[in-house]
Design a protein around this ligand. Structure first.
Ligand SMILES: NC(=O)C1=CN([C@@H]2O[C@H](COP(=O)(O)OP(=O)(O)OC[C@H]3O[C@@H](n4cnc5c(N)ncnc54)[C@H](OP(=O)(O)O)[C@@H]3O)[C@@H](O)[C@H]2O)C=CC1
Ligand SMILES: CC(=O)C(=O)O
Ligand SMILES: [Mg+2]
Length: 566
């Protein structure tokens, strides 16, 4: 095996006619991350110890077809000569800004959001740096395309729109061979895995193998919003079947055509997967469980949180929302968390969660079963409890009815209404409903974005309450500190960092989240706070601790500008 192969794994050396040393401006810290001595997507803390040999990438057609290195029309005259590209490209040379302008122009021609999604996925498969440049520069416009709500529709139609596979599929067929499957992935230095089994995709239910759109989308946000290198991100779908009859009968369905495995069969595959991940990528690979149904999600998190670096941004932001709020109140007031939990009430499909239901409640609801008579309807619960904040994460659209919003507005001068369920079709209410039914009193934010609303001559700008604010910076914080375990205090540290980025100007406009346009800066602050907490808890392995963690986090962030090839 050559030195190159030792460094990169044999799969990276693609029909090499010439060694291409991707040296780069990053010697001068040109945006390549942690002093990107070896160019491209190689730099991480751990990799700095590797001897800086040049490494091979392809030339000619192979180079043009390699999304990680392809620059399309942006290859310079010199690069076209040096890398056998003459004649393979038309004569014009564009810079990245012109490419971006052209692509944004083309993208805006598509009226159907799914077509924009497909165009973005094609770009990601063709020219990765341009994809991220466009996503970062136009984050508010493109987040709804690569993420919620459009990614939901993409998952529903994944079989029909399938072109090139993205991510890694591990199905029941691979039981006993999961480690081998992981080894088929071309990148060896994986830092973040987002994994789903497709059973609860947004609020759309069981989409089986077609849930892959979610890990792919989430990881593109790890890179665009949090600056984690694309080469270190791995989207995975575990296919144990689906109970979605429509998909099982769909001739274009791409997954296993069988009912979901459960019990021992399910647990064994998941366990093999978790062990193989650690064996292949080490102790510090971050695993984000995504869109698992809650009957598996809680157990998986409980089972692996003491042996793996793992979190679940759905449940640690679902009943997790309630727990984190209780923890924060406890921290600020010094009252015990058992007491602060009493200030938070939960409603499920059967009504208010109260102590008389304790015998039949799932374990994660039990801490929220307070003394009260049973109440079936949400609106009656609101009248009885008189809350100041109403948070919806039921996955069921339209549950914040006119009566619900009116009740909140009659109880509060400024009721806070958070309709978190995704995608837009499952939102508990729309922005327009929240503002008009509350007669302009509501402060509103939703999981999927809504346009501004004009009500009685005033324009109300809704916020987006989505875990996309948190997980990219959270992951970056874990990576830069070399954290080995996740703790609730770290999630709280992330929330506090986000809250600190909301300006008075934002509040004055009725916004309780900062604009997404500043997300990379926000992510750096979140990362710094999370890393600081990891060091404080003795769970960080990258020593010594950098003095200025914000600066350090910023310096570690991937930036998508092109590299010059010699
Ligand atoms: N904005 C964001 O960042 C995030 C949004 N979400 C969204 O939250 C939604 C739910 O996700 P998740 O919590 O994982 O889903 P779960 O299925 O785990 O939980 C849904 C909960 O809502 C309850 N419920 C169902 N119908 C009603 C109803 N009519 N009234 C009151 N409660 C009801 C269910 O009750 P029961 O237990 O009785 O069935 C259950 O407790 C999804 O749409 C998802 O997209 C999730 C994560 C982050
Ligand atoms: C945002 C997210 O993770 C969800 O809706 O499931
Ligand atoms: Mg989710």
């Amino acid at each position: 095996m050559s030195n190159d192969e030792l460094m990169m794994g044999p799969r990276v050396v693609l029909g090499v006619r010439k060694l291409l040393a991707v040296m780069s401006s990053t010697f001068m810290n040109g945006g390549g991350g942690v002093r990107d001595l070896y160019g491209e997507d190689r730099a991480t803390e751990d990799q700095l110890i590797i001897t800086p040999w040049s490494f091979s990438v392809s030339s000619g057609c192979t180079l043009l077809r390699d999304p990680r290195y392809n620059k399309g029309l942006a290859f310079t005259e010199r690069e076209r000569d040096a890398h056998y590209l003459r004649g393979l490209l038309p004569p014009a040379v564009f810079n990245q800004e012109l490419q971006e302008k052209r692509l944004m122009h083309n993208l805006r021609q598509y009226e159907v959001p799914l077509h924009r999604y497909m165009a973005m996925m094609d770009l990601q498969e063709r020219n990765e740096r341009l994809f991220y440049k466009i996503l970062i520069d136009n984050v508010e416009e493109l987040l709804p395309v690569v993420y919620t709500p459009t990614v939901g529709e993409a998952c529903q139609k994944y079989g029909s729109i399938f072109r090139r596979p993205q991510g890694l599929y591990i199905s029941l067929k691979e039981k006993g061979k999961v480690l081998e499957v992981l080894k088929n992935w071309p990148e060896k230095n994986i830092q973040v895995i987002v994994v789903t089994d497709g059973e609860r995709i947004l609020g759309l239910g069981d989409l089986g193998c077609q849930g892959m759109g979610i890990p792919v989308g989430k990881l593109s946000l790890y890179t665009a919003l949090g600056g984690v290198r694309p080469s270190s991100c791995l989207p995975i779908t575990i296919d144990v079947g689906t109970n979605n009859e429509k998909l099982l009968n769909d001739e274009f369905y791409i997954g296993l055509r069988q009912k979901r495995a459960t019990g021992k069969e399910y647990a064994e595959l998941l366990d093999e997967f978790m062990r193989a991940v650690k064996q292949n990528y080490g102790e510090k690979v971050l695993i984000q469980f995504e869109d698992f149904a809650n009957h598996n999600a809680f157990d998986l998190l409980a089972k692996y949180s003491s042996s793996h670096l793992v979190f679940n941004d759905d449940i640690q932001a679902g009943t997790g929302i309630a727990e984190l709020i209780a923890l924060e109140i406890s921290k600020q007031t010094k009252a015990p968390v058992e007491e602060t939990r009493q200030k938070i009430w939960l409603v499920d499909s059967k009504g208010l969660i109260v102590s008389s239901r304790l015998g039949s409640l799932q374990h994660f609801k039990k801490p929220w079963a307070h003394e009260h008579e049973p109440v079936k309807e949400l609106v009656d619960a609101i009248k009885a409890i008189k809350p100041t904040v109403l948070i919806g994460s039921s996955g069921v659209g339209k549950t914040f009815t006119k009566e619900v919003i009116e009740a909140m507005a009659s109880l509060n001068k400024k009721p806070l209404i958070l309709a978190l369920s995704n995608p837009t079709s499952q939102s508990e209410c729309t922005a327009e409903e929240a503002y008009t039914w509350s007669k302009g009193q509501a402060i509103f934010a939703s999981g999927s974005p809504f346009d501004p609303v004009e009500y009685e001559g005033k324009v109300f700008v809704p916020g987006q309450a989505n875990n996309a604010y948190i997980f990219p910076g959270f992951g970056l914080g874990l990576i830069i500190s070399g954290a080995i375990r996740v703790r609730d205090e770290m999630l709280l540290a992330a929330s506090e960092a986000l809250a600190a980025r909301v300006s008075q100007e934002n509040y004055d406009k009725g916004l309780i989240y900062p604009p997404f346009s500043n997300i990379r800066q926000i992510s750096a602050h979140i990362a710094a706070n999370v890393a600081a907490k990891a060091y404080e808890l003795g769970l960080a392995s990258h020593l010594p601790r950098p003095k200025d963690l914000v600066k350090y986090a910023e310096s570690c962030m991937y930036s998508p500008g092109y590299r010059n090839y010699r």
